[in-house]
Write a protein that binds this ligand. Structure first.
Ligand code: ADP
Ligand code: MG
Length: 552
């Protein structure tokens, strides 16, 4: 062995370690994610070197991560056969903070009451999180460069570290943690297994403990679509969604611009909210280079896509993005935009290629799209073509899209019409349809109050206004002359005019009193003697019923 040398940590590192060692954290277990992610990075770099460099040390070593625990001695060891470090690299990487701006960050961290360790990691200092659980950290490492010397780094995190050369190391890095007295749990194999499953299950290298591989599932989302079997997708889906069946839809895609993304998204067979299971939690996890940053991350997709399960991997997301930062990160907002756009496009493709299957999807999950169309201004336009409705021209139980409607709309018709009612029968028995039937105009039937919020919120579709059939001003085209004859009920052509009409209207108004705001001559009725219409253009009558119920 060479001679030992004691070195001072850089001032920023000292400051950081002081916080790491002396603060209380609830989520200390993330140190393991950091060390495993460093090991995976080192293996990834080595894999790259074996392609670009002719020679690497110990070429036959398998690329893997090994974890050993000793419950008696309270030690935890994480080894990898990755790229390793030379003496200079050790000093550089584990003694200084290279990134600029860390001072201001440290200042802020020092002043914060609740210290967010995830934020510490954002500055490329995840390694130091080991000192949350360890009173002493030993790093044994040998670089991949043929002929490089092995070396050791040891520190208690209290201001200095020592380094020396050591013989007989193989390629890679071994990190030995002497656990703090209150961190003994991290010497338990079960605890380690649980944490690995939680954060590092999809690390693309085997993680071995006690001779067994403990990360069970591969990062299939980064693999080539054409090489993945359906069963593998299903296996993976079952694992991440805790499901027992196959997914209903599957979308696997990657993109390079505007963000580097690998995403694998699933729609489950059932919408559990329909069965009263309460509000579904977000189901898509965020990864960066196969290392999990956040399980079932909030904000990754808009809330109305909470039924989607899956993973999103983006190397553009900082590895230690915190839950708080997720919410308002501009990067995550961009990610959300790309993911949402791609998913809606996918649904559009599905609707086109297999309309029956899409109808099935719509029956179960349409409510979420309606929620999006009614509440998410950024996406409602893109959701609109995916909406489905029954109409006066659809078969009962079958759906039409707004594009179907436009496609068969006569030229003289100005608007898209819809009417709300609990069932087709009730709508068709009511007086509102007469004027449309007489003119052979299609009317969309909406059966749930939310539909009216959706259509009111959209206001128009491809330049055509969406108009509720119970509105006062319908602006319908003239009825053709001979149609008029057919619809004549035989009650007589005689039409009230002048004073006669005025007196009748006044009489009815007097009889109804405050129940109506106005009584007037109708141009829309064909068979019925009278109809109630809605004077409020901003709200359909079914929306008014909802509002009244809410304010009771
Ligand atoms: P980051 O991983 O964000 O760079 P860390 O504090 O986790 O920050 O690690 C600092 C550096 O130490 C890494 O960039 C890497 O160069 C080096 N390092 C840490 N762990 C290993 C390892 N297992 N093998 C090789 N190098 C490592
Ligand atoms: Mg790291």
């Amino acid at each position: 062995a060479g001679k030992q040398q004691t070195m001072e940590f850089q001032a920023e590192v000292k400051q950081l370690l002081d916080i790491v060692i002396n603060s209380l954290y609830t989520d200390r277990e993330i140190f393991l994610r950091e060390l495993v992610s460093n090991a995976a990075d080192a293996l990834e770099k080595l894999r790259y070197r074996t392609i670009t460099d002719k020679e690497v040390a110990d070429p036959d070593l398998p690329l893997e991560i090994t974890i050993e625990v000793n419950e008696q001695d309270k030690t935890l060891t994480i080894s990898d056969t990755g790229i390793g470090m030379t003496m200079d690299e050790l000093v550089e990487n584990l003694g200084t903070i290279a990134r600029s701006g860390s001072k201001a960050f440290l200042q802020q961290l020092a002043e914060a009451d609740k210290k967010d360790l995830n934020l510490i990691g954002q500055f490329g200092v995840g390694f130091y999180s080991a000192f949350m659980v360890a009173k002493k950290v030993r790093v044994l490492t040998r670089s991949f460069a043929p002929g490089a010397e092995g070396c050791q780094w040891v520190s208690d995190g209290l201001g200095s570290y020592s380094i020396e050369q050591v013989q007989d190391l193989t390629r890679g890095t071994k990190i030995i943690l002497e656990l703090k007295d209150d961190a003994g749990e991290f010497a338990s194999p079960d605890t380690i297994k649980r944490i690995i499953k939680r954060y590092s299950n999809f690390v693309p290298f085997p993680i071995i403990m006690g001779g067994e591989k403990i990360n069970t599932v591969q990062a299939i989302w980064v693999r080539n679509k054409n090489e993945i079997k359906d069963e593998e997708y299903t296996e993976f889906y079952k694992f991440i969604a805790n499901a027992f069946d196959e997914p209903f839809y599957r979308l696997h895609f990657s993109a390079d611009a505007p963000l580097a993304i690998n995403a694998l998204l699933f729609v489950p067979q059932e919408n559990l909210e329909r069965f009263g299971f309460g509000k579904t939690e977000p189901g898509v996890s965020l990864y960066c280079r196969k290392v999990m940053l956040q399980q079932n991350a909030e904000g990754l997709l808009p809330e109305w896509l909470r039924f989607v399960k899956g993973v999103v991997d983006s190397e553009d997301i900082p590895i230690n993005i915190s839950r708080e930062t997720m919410q308002d990160s501009a990067l995550v907002a961009r990610l959300r935009k790309v993911l949402t756009g791609r998913f809606l496009k996918f649904l559009g493709e599905q609707a086109k290629s297999d309309p029956d299957k899409y109808s099935e999807f719509w029956k179960k999950f349409g409510i979420f799209l309606k929620e999006g169309a009614a509440s998410d201004f950024a996406h409602s336009k893109d959701i609109a073509p995916l909406l489905r409705f029954e109409s006066s021209k659809s078969e009962p139980g079958k759906y039409i899209s707004l594009d179907d409607y436009l496609g068969r709309m006569p030229e003289k018709q100005k608007h898209i019409y819809y009417i709300n009612g609990p069932t087709r029968e009730i709508i068709e028995a009511g007086p509102y349809l007469e004027a449309f039937k007489a003119r052979d105009l299609e009317v969309i039937y909406t059966h749930e109050p939310v539909d009216d919020f959706v259509l009111t919120n959209l206001a128009q579709y491809k330049d055509k206004k969406l108009v509720s059939a119970d509105q006062s001003e319908l602006d319908l085209p003239e009825i053709e002359k001979d149609d008029n004859k057919d619809n004549d009920t035989g009650a007589g052509e005689a039409k009230l005019e002048g004073m006669e009409l005025k007196n009748l209207l006044a009489f009815i108004k007097q009889a109804l009193g405050d129940k109506v705001s106005e009584v007037r001559e109708s141009k829309r009725l064909v068979d019925s003697p009278a109809v109630l219409i809605n004077m409020d253009d901003g709200m359909t009558s079914s929306m008014q019923r909802v509002m009244q119920a809410l304010h009771k």
